[in-house]
Structures are given as C-alpha cells and as structure tokens.
Write a protein that binds this ligand. Structure first.
Ligand SMILES: Nc1ncnc2c1ncn2[C@@H]1O[C@H](COP(=O)(O)OP(=O)(O)OP(=O)(O)O)[C@@H](O)[C@H]1O
Length: 580
C-alpha cells in the first residue's frame, strides 16, 4: 500500500494533520461544556465559553470540509498515477502473456479495482491513521478527568477491537473473492459482446444468460456474506460504544456519590465517550474499505507483475545498421529464416523452418495448423524464436530494438481491428504524418476511393461502435491501406484478404506487389488464386517446410501443393520430402 503513496507522502502527512486539526477542534467542545457548567454552578460569565464553543464547532466543520475535499483530490491523483502506470505495463507486456489474461478481467482490474483502491487510499489510510490518533488524544484528555473510568473504557474497547479484527480478517478474504468474481463476470460479458452475432446465430441467449447469472449470483452471495460481516463489525463497534457509555454512566454516578468526581467532570467525561463514536465508527469503516483496497492491490499487482517485452533484450546491433522510424530505402536482403524452431508449451509447432523472402511477394501456404501464423508471429517477435534464427536485412531480429524492428514491418493480422474515431484516423494509425496525396494514392491502390467518395462525410466518417457499418472486405482493405501507408520495408499479410472475392483479391495483390516493388511482402493465404504473381511459394506442413518454389513448379512437384490448389488439403497429409 505504501508504495502506491510514493511521491505523495508529504501531502498525505499534511492531510493527516488537517484531519487531526478538524477532529481536535471537536475535542475541545467537552472541555468547554465543562467550563460552561462550572460557570453556571458558580454564577460566572458564560460569554467567553459560549464564544469558544461556537468557534470550536465552526472551525471543526470548516476544517473537516477542507480535509474531505483534499482527501478525495489526493485519492484521485494517486489513482491517476496508478492507472497511468498500469496502462504502461499493459501496453508493454508480452503478447502471449496478455493473451492468456481474460480481456474482461483486465478491464475490471484497470477500471473497478483502481476505483476501489482510490477509496482505500484516500479515506482508509488517512482516516485509519487519524482516528486512532484522535482516540489517543481523547483518552489523554479523559485521563485528566478520571483515570479509573478511562481504564474501564479502554478495557471494553480492547475487547471490541479484537472481535472487530477477526471480522476484518474475514472481510479481506471475502472482498478479494468478490473482486475476482466480478472480474470473471466482466470477462464473460466481454466474450459475449465480442461474439454477439455468434450468440444470436446459435440462439444461445438463454445459456449465456445462465452463465452470466451464475457469475452474478456468486458475486451476490459473496457480497451478501461480506455485508453480513461488515454489519457485524459495525455492530460490534456501535454496541461497544453504547455499552461503554452505560457502564461509564453507572460508574460515574457511583463515583460522584462517593465524592471522587464532580457532576461537570462526569458530564465532560460522558461527552468524550459520546464523541468517541465518531472516530470508532470511522476506524471501523476505514478497516472495511482498507480490506477491499488490499484485495484490489493484489489484483492490480498481478497485472503489474507481467514481464515487460523489452526485459533483458538490450539492442546489440552496431550503430547505423538500422534506421529508426519507417524508412523508404529498400531492404538489401529481405527476411531469412534459418532452421527456425518454436514450441507452444511442450508442443513442437515449427521445426527447422528455412526460407528466404527477398523483394517481392512470398506466399506462405499450408494446411490449417501447419504453423503459418506462428512464423509471422516470430518475425514480429510476438514470440521469440527458440532454435535457429531469423534475419532481417542480414541482421538477427533479436539484435534490433523491438520497436525499431516493428517499425520496419507493417503487419495486417487476421480480422484486423480498426483503431480510430474516423476513417481518416483509422488509416493514419500507423503513419500519422502521411500526406493527403499518399492517402488518396493508397486508397486508389486498395480500390476504396469510390466507396469513400460516396460517403457524405468522406474520410471524416465516424467508424467504430456507433459509426459506419462496413463490409468485411471494406474493413480488410482499410487495414491493408493502413499498412501500406506505413511504407515499411516488410509487409506481412495474415489472411488479410480472406473476405474479398477471388478477382478483387488478385487485383489487390497485384497492386500490393507493384506498390511494394522495393519491399518484401510475406502473405499467408488459403486461396492460391494469387500464387501466379508470387516470387515464391513456401509450403508448410506440420511445422516443417514441405516445399519452396514458384507456383507452376510446385504444381508439378508437390502433391500437397496440388491438393492445396484444388482446395482439398484441409487436413495434414502424409509427409513428403522437403524441397528448399
Ligand atoms: N497460443 C497458442 N498456444 C498453444 N498452441 C497454439 C497457440 N497458437 C497456435 N497454436 C498451435 O500451433 C499450431 C500452429 O498454429 P498456427 O496458427 O500457426 O497455424 P496456421 O497454419 O496459421 O493455421 P490456420 O491456417 O488454421 O490459421 C496449431 O496446432 C495451433 O493449435
């Protein structure tokens, strides 16, 4: 918890002092009441104690207002920092690590857990520290009136404190459980929202409703149990203070009768006991908010502890070997995979993959699950090659600073999402400085000019949730245009044209190859209509290179390729000798 307050500890101390000042002003009141009663008994002037009383009440109210505002503001500031740091951690963590996390649960940690933490940091930390301090001050003042009665009060509060502590311990576990359940519920809802059409098409609304209800019910049960414990802790605090009042009253009357205490002293002491209600219930409340805050910290820390991508990979490439930013100079020697190997867990996915993609188009084909996307992931360094190497421009890709490597590559993934509010923003996502001429030329290349001209707002048409609805093919063409605009040395397309018809796809590929004459294009496709235009075709089968060659050669030499061309190789076929 303290590490979250780093940089704000001085402010926290000031807030604590402010909180103490506001509560101390209230502490003066019983003393003043004592003086008023004395004055009444002795027939002295009431003016100055009454003015003092009003001043103490007013300053207590004013200080508590300022303290409340300052506390809230402080909490928001700390959480702003936590969210910034969390955003940075999320964006910098490794692709496989983040993909293992549920997106909904990550959202819940980022938005809800940080909000819970804000409550804990602002109210619980300051009130949790201020309330006991105020209690101590009150006890010191009470000791000036009657030590015996104070000892009785303390003994009873101690017993109540132990009972409350047991409750808070359970509450901490319960709130952690509740936040995990809420995270799972958000995850389930997020999955449904992303696949809403599938849910509708399969008419599984009832089943999904049951799933959501299950999570909501689990959260409800845990929340109810937590509320019971919270109420019990609150009840213990309140009952203890009422009992303390009654016992003090009885004991006080006995002591007044015995002449050990005066009536004004008894009234003053009882007022302190009444006053203790505030700090005790604040402390009890702070403890429950703190339990939730600690549970939130555990979940936030799990996200923050995901290792960053760049950990331990300092660039060792000689200066001048790479150009920062996306360049326009053609690659000298393209992308070369040399006996590259990779496993997912203990599953061998790629073995000794060797091919050289030079300028022009290299097609990567093969049956489903052959490892085509994995090859692209290795080139992008979403995963690290485990055996062999991948060279870009003759340099091992592990020697490039990761961001520079990725600036050299424009990647269009399967079902690429568009990021940006408008079509223009979506297009310029990877190349914010691209000029209008480049944008128009690229739109021409992907055959989108006519469609965009037909839109009333043209390139400024909103996209996204409430914006324009596009066909799958239009979306894919925007994604390709976005990648082309980046003018990167290498263009990687992972089934990026799967939603276009064969004729449009062929036309688009011809344009891409013409556009990228000086660059290397590596494209995964299941349709071989475009293979004639490719410089080479690499056939992958069960993680190995089955054959490499031009379309017409492979049609003669590779049975697997013939099957792929005929659209028959849905499943892996018996292994054939490798032709590299
Ligand atoms: N994140 C992952 N964790 C574990 N195994 C994976 C993961 N991603 C892919 N695989 C497995 O690795 C193998 C290769 O997958 P990959 O996606 O590279 O094949 P592909 O040739 O691109 O398939 P497709 O043509 O169907 O897209 C498959 O058996 C797949 O089940």
């Amino acid at each position: 918890m303290w590490s979250y307050l780093r940089g704000g500890r001085l402010v926290l101390l000031l807030l604590l002092l402010l909180q103490l000042a506001s509560q101390s002003a209230a502490l003066v009141q019983p003393l003043v009441v004592n003086r008023i009663l004395d004055a009444l008994q002795s027939g002295g002037s009431l003016r100055s104690p009454v003015v003092l009383m009003a001043a103490a009440a007013l300053s207590s109210i004013l200080l508590s207002m300022v303290a409340k505002y300052a506390l809230e503001r402080f909490g928001h500031r700390v959480i702003f920092g936590v969210r910034q740091n969390l955003a940075s951690c999320i964006l910098r963590c490794r692709v496989p690590d983040l993909e293992r996390c549920s997106a909904g649960d990550t959202l819940s940690r980022f938005a809800s857990d940080t909000a819970v933490l804000q409550g804990a940091l602002s109210s619980a930390v300051v009130n949790g520290v201020a309330a006991p301090l105020v209690l101590v001050v009150a006890c010191v003042l009470m000791s000036t009136i009657d030590v015996l009665m104070l000892l009785v009060v303390l003994g009873m509060l101690l017993l109540a404190g132990v009972a409350d502590w047991l409750c808070w311990n359970r509450l901490y576990r319960m709130t952690g459980q509740l936040q995990d359940q809420l995270g799972r519920m958000t995850g389930a809802l997020q999955r449904i929202l992303v696949s809403f059409r599938t849910v509708k098409a399969f008419a599984t609304e009832d089943r999904e409703e049951r799933v959501l209800r299950g999570y909501a019910e689990a959260a409800y049960r845990t929340g109810t149990r937590a509320a019971r414990i919270e109420a019990a802790a609150d009840g213990i605090a309140k009952v203890s203070i009422e009992l303390v009042f009654l016992v003090t009253l009885v004991l006080g009357i006995v002591r007044v009768s015995a002449g050990a205490l005066t009536v004004p002293e008894l009234v003053g002491f009882l007022l302190y006991v009444v006053y203790l209600r505030g700090p005790i219930s604040i402390f009890a409340g702070a403890a429950s908010v703190l339990s939730a805050g600690l549970a939130a910290i555990r979940r936030i820390e799990q996200l923050r502890s995901l290792p960053a991508e760049s950990n331990g990979t300092e660039p060792v490439i000689p200066p001048g070997m790479y150009r920062p930013g996306w360049g326009s100079t053609p690659l000298l020697s393209g992308v070369r995979l040399d006996r590259a190997g990779f496993t997912y867990g203990d599953k061998q996915v790629l073995t000794d993959v060797t091919f050289h993609a030079q300028r022009g188009l290299t097609l990567l084909v093969g049956p489903s699950g052959a490892g085509k996307t994995t090859v692209l992931n290795l080139i992008e360094r979403f995963h690290e090659v485990e055996r062999g190497s991948i060279l870009l421009d003759g340099v091992d890709i592990r020697q490039y600073p990761r961001q520079h490597l990725r600036r050299k590559i424009a990647y269009v993934e399967q079902d690429a999402a568009l990021l940006g509010d408008t079509l223009r923003a979506a297009l310029l996502y990877g190349a914010p400085d691209a000029g209008t001429t480049d944008v128009m030329a690229t739109l021409q290349a992907v055959d989108l000019c006519e469609w965009i001209d037909s839109l009333p707002e043209g390139l400024d048409t909103p996209v996204g949730e409430r914006g324009i609805t596009m066909s799958g093919g239009q979306r894919q063409r925007i994604a390709i245009a976005r990648a082309l605009l980046r003018q990167a040395d290498v263009l990687i397309l992972d089934e990026a044209t799967s939603q276009l018809d064969g004729r449009t796809e062929r036309k688009l590929f011809r344009t891409i190859v013409a556009e990228a004459r000086a660059r290397t294009v590596i494209a995964v496709t299941h349709r071989l209509d475009v293979a004639r235009d490719a410089q080479q075709v690499v056939v992958l089968d069960r993680g190995r290179v089955h054959a490499v060659g031009r379309h017409h050669e492979l049609l003669r030499t590779s049975e697997l390729y013939q099957q792929l061309a005929a659209g028959m190789a849905e499943k892996p076929v018996p292994r054939h000798p490798t032709t590299v």
